[in-house]
Ligand binder design. Structure first.
Ligand code: MN
Length: 196
């Protein structure tokens, strides 16, 4: 994965392209999710960094070393930066190479998607479902609560779906499974593969 560095001691707001998401995630959801929830995490992170001893480190380094409120806000900035980056461009298909890796790990791309959605649906409470590569390059799906990120478990995170209710409740209410199934339509796979 690409790491994110602070500029003049501040982490910037991750970008968002509204126009690519309209049929799957509404502008109203995005205005809260990106414009309010994520903005608060970024503002809190930038307020908490001075004096923490972690100033000047990359975002991943902050996530791996921080605790408490600083960890929660830094983790959520990293998680959302990766989440929204997957949807920045017009969706493009996955390569034959990634297709082969998913088939080797899960049997088929469809079986991978089914397991990924299932792990998202069965995560109790707030959190994230991730596809990561382990130290041997093996692809794995993991659930992480609240602000956790797979980097703290020694994994290289590649793809994530946000299962906090703020990600889907305005559009899908309690139908988390329908939201997760729809998200495949907007994944820009070359961005996911660039993290390998
Ligand atoms: Mn979120």
């Amino acid at each position: 994965m690409k790491d994110i560095m602070p500029v003049n001691g501040q982490f910037a707001m991750p970008q968002l392209a509204y126009e690519n998401l309209g049929t799957v995630i509404s502008r109203e959801t995005l205005s809260f999710h990106h414009g309010k929830h994520l903005k608060a995490y970024v503002d809190n992170l930038n307020k908490m960094l001075p004096g923490s001893g972690l100033e000047g480190l990359s975002l991943t380094e902050v996530v791996c070393r921080a605790e408490g409120g600083l960890f929660n806000n830094a983790g959520q900035v990293l998680n959302h930066a990766m989440y929204f980056e997957q949807f920045l461009n017009t969706p493009r298909p996955m390569s034959a190479e990634l297709t082969a890796k998913l088939e080797a790990a899960f049997g088929s791309v469809e079986a991978f998607k089914t397991e990924f959605e299932q792990k998202g649906v069965t995560l109790f409470g707030s959190g994230w479902v991730w596809l990561s590569a382990d130290k041997d390059g093996r692809l794995v799906i993991t659930q992480h609560k609240n602000a956790e990120n797979p980097v703290t478990a020694g994994l290289n995170p590649l793809l994530t779906f946000d299962v906090w209710e703020h990600a889907y409740y305005l559009d899908y209410q309690n139908r988390r499974a329908d939201h997760l199934a729809a998200l495949w339509q907007i994944v820009d796979w070359p961005v996911v593969e660039s993290r390998l």
